[in-house]
Ligand binder design. Sequence first.
Ligand code: ADP
Ligand code: MG
Length: 587
Amino acid sequence: NAPVEEREFQAETRQLLDLMVHSVYSNKDSFLRELVSNASDALDKVRLAAFQDKDLEVDTSDLHITIERDVENRRLTIRDNGIGMSREDVVGLIGTLARSGTAELRAKLAEAKDAAASADLIGQFGIGFYSTFMVADTVTLVTRKAGESEGTRWRSSGEGTYTIEAVEDAPQGTSVTLDLKPVDTDDHLYDYVSESKIRELVKRYSDFIAWPIRMDVERTERVEAVETESGDGDDDAEPTEKTVVETQTLNSMKALWARPKDEVDAEEYTQFYRHVSHAWDEPLETIALRAEGTFEYQALLFIPSQAPFDLFMRERSHGIHLYVKRVFIMDDCEELIPEYLRFVKGVVDAADLSLNVSREILQQDRQIRAIRRRLTKKVLSTIKDIRTERPDDYTTLWNQFGRAIKEGLIADTDNRDAILGISAFESTHDPETATSLEDYVARMKPNQTEIYYITGESRSAMENSPHMEAFRARGIEVLLLGDPVDEVWTGNVPDFDGKPLRSIAKGEVDLDDDEGKTQEEKDAAEKERAEKEEQFSDLTTWLTETLSDNVSQTRLSTRLIDSPACLVGDTFSFSPQLEKLYRASGQ
Ligand code: ADP
Ligand code: MG
C-alpha cells in the first residue's frame, strides 16, 4: 500500500482556507463554475497535447465532464477525462495555492476590517479551486496525468493539512469529490446534490462550455402491463411505474462567439468572460466581431472593469485565447493584441489557421497581423464610444487601464492619434476631473500655440514647482503628468492636433506677453532685457563657473514669480524622473 503523506499548508494558505471554510461570501454557488471551468481547461489541454504529440498515450475519443450525485451521502463529484495532474502538479497547483493573484489577495485580506470586507475581496479576486471549501467539509481530488501510469489522491478538510498519496487505478483526468456541508438555507447553502439545483447552476454559469457536461438523472416511466401466458388469469393488470436512469447533457455547448450578439444575454457574456479571464468581476464592455471573406474569423472581446493584479508585472498574462474552428489552441496569445491592450480578454476563433500553429508561425502570419490590427482599432474606437456615451464607465476604465494604454503612445505610432484621443490627463484646470486633449485645446488662450505639461512624482510636487509660477500667473493651463510612462511618451509624441506638446520644465518656453503691444513697446522690452542681462552678467557668469559640475548655463528668466531660481532641463535632455526610471530598469 502506498504511504499516505500528510503535509501542512503554508501559513498564508491556511489563512485563506480558513476564510473559505468560514466564508460569509454569499455566492457559494460559484464553486461549481470554478470546478467545471478547470475541467474544461483540462479537456482543452489534453486535446491539444494529443494533437501535438501523436505518441502520447491518451484517449481523446469522448472528452467530457461528468457530475455525479450521491444524494444519500451528500456527496458531489465533478469528473473530467482531461490532461490530469502529476503529483508535483498537485502539490504545486493545489497544495500551495500558487494561483496567480493570491499574493495580492492575501495582502488585501490582511487589511480587511471585517468578515464582510473579506467576502467582498473574495468576490473580486476569486479563489478558483479553493472555493470548494465554501460548501464542502472534505475535498478529495484524484487525478492522473495523461501519459503517466500512476495517479495521485489529495484530500483536505481545509484546516491546516492535506494528505497526498499515490493511487494505482486512477482513470485519466481528474475527479473532485465534495463531501458537502449540511444544508443550511439561512446561509444560502442550497442542497447541491439536488438535480434541479445542479441543472440550474450549469445552465446559468457554464452553458457555453464547449465540452458536454453530463449527469445521470432519474426519470419515472409508465410501463403498460404486459400479459403473460403463465399469468394467473388477471387480464386487467394495472400499468406500473419504473424508474429509469438516463444520462443527459446539461449544457448547450454553443460557442458564444459564434452566436449573433442580440441572441446572447448579458449574463451569458458575463459568465463566459469569467471563464476565459479567470476573473470574477463584471466586464465593462463586450465586443463581438466577425470577419468574412479571405480571412474568416470571429472574435469576442471583453474590457474588464477591474485591472488584474499583474498588469504591470513582468510575468503578466495576456488575455486572448486563440481557437481554430472551435478547437482551443492557446491562451495568452500575445500576437493577437498589442502589449498595451493586454488587459483585454476574450477569444479569437480563426477559420483558416492550421491546428498545428506555433507561436513562431503566429508571429509571421499575415492573417494574425491583420486580425491584430483590426482588434486594436476596434478596442480603441470602443473606448472612444464609452467615453462619449458612458462617462462614469470611461473614468473607471481609465483609472484601471490608463497607465497601460499610454504605453501605446510609445509603441504604436500608427494609432497614436486614436490613443491620444482616448487619453485623459490631470491638469491645472480642474483638480477633480482629468481632461481630454481635445478639451484642453478648446480652452487654450487665444495666442497660445502649444500644449503645456509638466511631469513629476505627485500632483502637489508639480503644482508647487517653480516652473508653474509664470503659467499660474498668466492663467495658462498646464497638464500634470504623474505616471512614470508619461516621461517616456512625451518624448516621443511631438504634437496633438497640430499643437506641439511642450514641457514647461525644459528649454526656453516663450510665453508671449507681447500680444497687443506696439513694435515700439516690444523693442523697449527687448532693450530692457538686454540691459538686465548685461547688468547681471557678472553674477550669471560666476554662477555658471561655480556650479559648472552641475549646470551647463545660468540665465535670467521671466518665468519665475515668487522663487528666486529654478533648474531647467535642455529641451532634449532627460528629466530627473526619466533618469530615475531608466536607472530603475537597469538601462
Ligand atoms: P486557475 O484555474 O485560475 O488557474 P484554480 O485554483 O481554479 O486556478 O486551479 C489551479 C490550477 O490547478 C489550474 O491552473 C490547473 O493547472 C490545475 N487544475 C485544477 N483543476 C484541474 C483539473 N480538473 N484538471 C487539470 N488541472 C487542474
Ligand atoms: Mg480555475
